[in-house]
Design a protein around this ligand. Sequence first.
Ligand SMILES: [Zn+2]
Length: 113
Amino acid sequence: MAAPALTGPLPLNAESVKLAIPRKSPGSYVLGTMTDGELEARHVGRSDTDVADRLTAHVGQYPSFCFAYATSALAAFEQECELYHAYMSSSGAAHPARAPNSGWRCPRCAVFD
Ligand SMILES: [Zn+2]
């Protein structure tokens, strides 16, 4: 699995999130700042149930976001792992956590093996 195709970058505010993500769905996201038209990643995350709700909780923390819908909680987790390894693994940020008792494994590394 490759990193998910992201929508954005978009300004991170409640209105923008509501417009961009009208349906309740699992998903993953990247938060950061815009530099020369590109999103400079500062944080990656996911929601197993409602990515719009999760993004709204980050309003005010970062100026911009990109996101991708996911078809399931597991798919959201795998997307977050891909985004983490693509954008964040050299930053010292912690590896994404899996849902408790899920047995999920990162598609890119052996952290949960
Ligand atoms: Zn990993």
